[in-house]
Design a protein around this ligand. Structure first.
Ligand code: SF4
Length: 338
């Protein structure tokens, strides 16, 4: 496999912080998050619902609803610019959204406009980002975009409303929308969750085909470790608004070091595991992000928690084994398990 990590960072997030100011206090949804994505790389952000993974991506796109949300600090360096220097509604930011960075959402029925045909929606995307494009040529390109994502009879399908299509076909339209403007980065937020298993595989294969062919970088937000294992080059594990472990897919799945990652892996069946293997769910529930403790947030659920974890401040990411493996835990779990 070619070394994708040799290239410069296409996206580099530094110390990103996003909070929601509610009646119950400040909800620290993204709490000092840093990560990067290289050109043509597939990166997975993994974690339970409410861990901050979707808010991180919405912050990159400046789509966090304000109020109550607010990006409090950090940098979103994309292709040589810090996007946080632009306001959410600035022409610069509008030019980035859709054209340079595209998003594919979990449920296409709620992200496609139900009262506009898919053809008109695609044409709008194409013409918004290319003012010179005539209507006739835009429809031609829209039909080509549908054909590109494997939709048969694309010219006729342009006249369909989203409800006239199956879930899998709607998700293909979302992919067509995302790649229509030659984006450099696609953010796919749980792209296959709403689909049946067979369609999930087809949609993911199609997406991977397109990103590989066009050297597009892809961030997949998911809780599906099977999907991560198959498609991602690197993984970031998020818990309570922070990244608690990161590494190459191979290293992190074979040698997880953070008790939360270990718990995630123990709670799903593995293809290489024993057939009578017991699945162990992670006990408890994620913390209230409005009342985070000043020590490790995973402590109430962690089977390795000890006095040290209680007395020390929140653990920072530190280098573990392997060049790109980082973990935020006070203990060396390998030593504890010996
Ligand atoms: Fe568990 Fe302690 Fe590590 Fe937190 S710091 S994950 S409580 S062992």
């Amino acid at each position: 496999m070619e070394n994708k990590h040799a290239s410069e960072h296409l996206l580099e997030i530094k110390n990103l912080r996003t909070s929601f100011f509610t009646n119950n206090g400040e909800v620290k949804a993204v709490n000092d998050v840093s990560f990067h994505v290289d050109k043509g790389e597939v990166v997975a952000i993994v974690g339970e619902s409410g861990c901050g993974k979707s808010v991180t991506q919405m912050s990159i796109m400046q789509l966090v609803q304000s109020p109550p949300g607010k990006i409090l600090g950090g940098e979103v360096n994309f292709d040589g610019r810090n996007l946080l220097e632009y306001s959410s509604n600035s022409p610069e930011m509008r030019a980035v959204r859709g054209a340079e960075i595209a998003m594919i959402f979990q449920e296409p029925m709620t992200s496609l406009n139900p009262i506009i045909t898919v053809g008109n929606q695609l044409v709008e995307v194409l013409r918004t980002h290319n003012k010179q494009l005539g209507k006739k040529e835009a429809f031609k390109q829209a039909a080509a975009a549908l054909e590109n994502v494997g939709i048969p009879d694309p010219v006729a399908r342009l006249k369909n409303y989203p409800f006239e299509m199956s879930g899998g076909m709607r998700q293909r339209v979302m992919i067509a929308n995302a790649v229509a403007c030659n984006s450099k980065l696609i953010i796919a937020d749980e792209p296959t969750t709403a689909l049946d298993v067979t369609t999930q595989a087809q949609v993911m294969e199609l997406l991977m085909d397109i990103v590989n062919k066009n050297q597009i970088a892809l961030i997949v937000i998911t809780h599906n470790l099977g999907l991560v294992n198959r498609y991602a080059d690197r993984i970031y594990v998020m818990y309570a608004g922070k990244i608690v472990e990161s590494g190459t897919t191979e290293e992190l799945l074979k040698r997880p070091k953070h008790p939360y990652t270990i718990g995630l892996l123990e709670s799903v069946p593995r293809l290489d595991g024993q057939t009578d293997e017991q699945l162990v769910p992670i006990q408890g529930s994620p913390p209230n992000l409005a009342q985070l403790p000043d020590h490790c947030a995973f402590m109430p659920r962690c089977k390795y928690a000890c006095e040290l974890c209680r007395n020390k401040p929140i653990p920072e990411l530190r280098k573990s084994s392997g060049d790109e493996h980082f973990v935020a835990c006070h203990l060396n779990i390998d030593e504890v398990n010996e």
